[in-house]
Structures are given as C-alpha cells and as structure tokens.
Ligand binder design. Structure first.
Ligand SMILES: Nc1ncnc2c1ncn2[C@@H]1O[C@H](COP(=O)(O)OP(=O)(O)O)[C@@H](O)[C@H]1O
Ligand SMILES: [Mg+2]
Length: 223
C-alpha cells in the first residue's frame, strides 16, 4: 500500500548544521495489519508517521500510496486524501470541549445524515461508550473514554489507514490494553500504524519497525 523510498527530513533547513530527523531509508507497508513503530524519544517516529500520513512533507524522497506519489500532490489533494482515506489518533484526544461524545465523532464525518449519526452511535457502543455517555462533554468522561471517542472519530469514515501516535501514552494500563485491543480489531481489514515508545503495547502487532536516530534499526515480526 505504501512504498517509501529514500525518505529524508531536515528541520530548520536554514541552519548551518543540518539535523536529519529521517536519514534516507526505504520502507514498504502492507494494506492491512497492525504495524508498530517503536524507538526512543527523538528517534524520528512521529516525523515518519506525519510524512506518511501527509501531515508533513519530507525534505526529500518518495512516498507512493496505492500508485500515487504523495510528495507531488497539492495541499488540497493531500487534505482530501486525509479526509476520505485516513483516520488519526493522537496522544491527546483533541475532542471539542463543548460538544458531546456523539457530536465529537460527527465532527470528522463526511456527511451529516441520520444514518451516519446512527453509525457514530453504533461505533461508540462497540467501543463501550453507552447511551448514558452520548451527550457527555469530554470533561465529564474519563481519559480512557475520551480516547475511545477519539478512536470512534478516527474510524467514522471507514478509513483505509489509521495512524495512531502514542495513543495509549496518557492512559493507565487497563485502558491502554483496551485501546490496543480495539486498534487490533480494526487492523483486520485496514492498515493500523501505531507509534509508541512502549514495547508492551505492541505484543499483538503483526510486525514492528524499530527506529534509532532517524533510521530503521530493525524491521521484522513482533516478538
Ligand atoms: N517541528 C520541529 N522542528 C524542529 N525539529 C523537530 C521538529 N519536530 C521534531 N524535531 C526533531 O526531529 C527529531 C525527531 O523527532 P520526532 O519525530 O518527534 O521523534 P519521536 O517521535 O521519535 O520522539 C528530534 O531530534 C526532534 O527534536
Ligand atoms: Mg513522537
């Protein structure tokens, strides 16, 4: 699904000493499965994920997604691709504080009809958010519940890829486990890419990419 070649990222191009956040490696990603990207803080995990998901443009290199060169697409085309085919989960849930759970899921929905609202409610129920929570604002939900609402928002448009950057970092162990279980479930028919510095959450990953200092140090099966 993704064919990445010689991907290179330099922040602060105008600085004399160039700092490579990504040092020019190749990477192929399949169209389904749970893939982990692990590595210490500063190793380039988020930069890689944001380049692949079109949130950032690499300094050099090529990212081909289903035959399309993403680095040559316009910003509008990249935004359209994110809207229609990608879903995002971040460490912070970024829910809208004055909206209830269902409305927060609908924010991302491509449409507003009743059927879609029903779908949002069904997804929330599947994630263990019951009717009692449907109209609750984020401040009235627990951290784990907020992250599950954020996951519902990421899947409402039935994306082909879910990008999750440290999705469990602000959760306790049990909630982290539940979030990973949900992401694993969704990876049966789409690609789910999870960035983390915590190896323990990747025990059910189909494969794990290890990063070190802007490069891939290991690319293989999960242990
Ligand atoms: N917006 C930015 N401007 C300048 N440098 C950045 C920026 N974002 C990340 N970096 C640098 O790029 C390197 C990789 O960062 P990042 O991709 O966030 O790593 P990770 O997600 O593995 O912690 C780090 O040295 C970081 O300081
Ligand atoms: Mg990061």
């Amino acid at each position: 699904m993704f064919d990445i070649k010689k991907i290179c990222m330099i922040y602060d191009m105008e600085k004399e000493e160039k700092m490579y956040a990504l040092k020019g490696f190749d990477l192929k990603l399949p169209d389904k499965g749970l893939i982990g990207i692990i590595g210490p803080s500063g190793s380039g995990k988020s930069t890689l994920m944001y380049c692949i998901s079109t949130l950032k443009k690499p300094t050099e290199g090529s990212i081909v997604y289903n035959g399309r060169e993403l680095c040559e697409c316009s910003n509008a085309q990249r935004e359209q691709l994110r809207r229609s085919e990608f879903g995002f989960v971040f460490q912070k849930h970024y829910l809208v504080p004055y909206m209830g759970a269902v409305d927060n899921v609908m924010v991302a929905a491509n449409g507003k009809d009743k059927e879609l609202r029903k779908r949002a409610e069904d997804i929330l129920k599947e994630l263990g958010i019951g009717e009692r929570e449907f109209n609750k604002k984020p401040a009235k939900l627990s951290g784990g519940q907020c992250q599950r609402v954020a996951i519902a928002r990421a899947v409402i448009n039935d994306p082909k890829v879910i990008f999750a950057d440290e999705p469990t970092a602000s959760l306790d162990h049990e909630n982290a486990y539940n979030v990973m279980k949900i992401l694993k479930e969704h990876s049966k028919d789409r690609l789910v890419l999870v960035v983390t510095h915590d190896k323990s959450i990747l025990k059910d990953a189909d494969s794990v990419i290890e990063m070190w200092d802007g490069e891939i140090s290991v690319n293989g099966e999960a242990e």
